[in-house]
Ligand binder design. Sequence first.
Ligand SMILES: *Cc1c(COP(=O)(O)O)cnc(C)c1O
Length: 355
Amino acid sequence: MTKTVEIEIKKVKNSRVATLDFENLNFGREFSDHMLVMDYANERWGIPKIIPFDNISIHPATSALHYGQSIFEGMKAFRNKENDVFLFRPDKNITRMNESCERMCMPKIPENVFMEGLKTLIALDKGWIPNTSNGSLYIRPYLFATDEYIGIKPSESYKFIIFTSPVGEYYSEPLKVKLETKYTRAANGGVGRAKTAGNYAASLYPAKLAQKQGFQQLLWTDGASHKYIEESGTMNVCFVIDGVLVTPSEESDTILKGITKRSVIEIAKYWEMKVEERKVSVQEIIESVESGSLTEMFGVGTAATIAEIIVLNANGENYELNPIENRKFSLKVKNFLIDLKKGSVDDPFGWVMKL
Ligand SMILES: *Cc1c(COP(=O)(O)O)cnc(C)c1O
């Protein structure tokens, strides 16, 4: 039984949507008319409010800015030519956000409030969802500590916000990635599994060094030995080796549990492809590239869906991978996922939520 959720709504006087050029969207720089805001204080959540998108005012001692109790999610809404709106597995994002809350000592967001708030916000700003072939509405829920206090302890007050941003394609070109064997994204027992702000701050410096050398992303290895592959940039990573979909297992808490990756695995199984979730060593990947048994390597995540990797730099060597046009699985799964998310093919999994 879901209780009805009370949401206060204050609409914009004049929508800005007519000023938007849907064919030339700048990723992450355009923001829709409204946002949802909900505050936590005195051990309870306040009423969720949908208000015009605008600046917020915060105290200089806001604890999130100093000590990093700050988490986020990323998901997308799609619109087809018939004006139907679809969300893809939003329940998974809500569950994962609450898992991040747990790790970061933050209060969980009631699932029904999150879901109803999300659906109401998307319905209100439906006109901002691109219906172009590669466009979507990126949805950014986030939660941060708002205590006005410079002592270190879990904050007692928080702000939860959802805003949305119309986007086009994330990467238009295949990626060159560099194997990272010095810096570490996440350590055992750390916060790598949580979608928490500091993880991304920590990755900027090593990523910048690689970018100077011409690589768009890093291929992260485990922090203890740097012998096993974990993720690529802010995406999970998959390989096709001898026709088997291979991906690092999530047993270690250093790998973020991606919803796109889980979906790709389930689709592969549905297509009766063999899947292996296990440790993946750098040595195995290099040997499989050299022998030709590795035919595909790609990143998976909500922002990019599938990002093909075309060059792997490891141990000072550039390995050219199989040309994109020969990659049967990732091309097929990418198109299938895009069609699925837009409701244009049958959904045998029950993943797509029509608004
Ligand atoms: C968000 C994220 C992913 C991808 O997760 P999706 O649910 O597929 O979007 C992978 N790795 C990291 C580090 C991430 O932050």
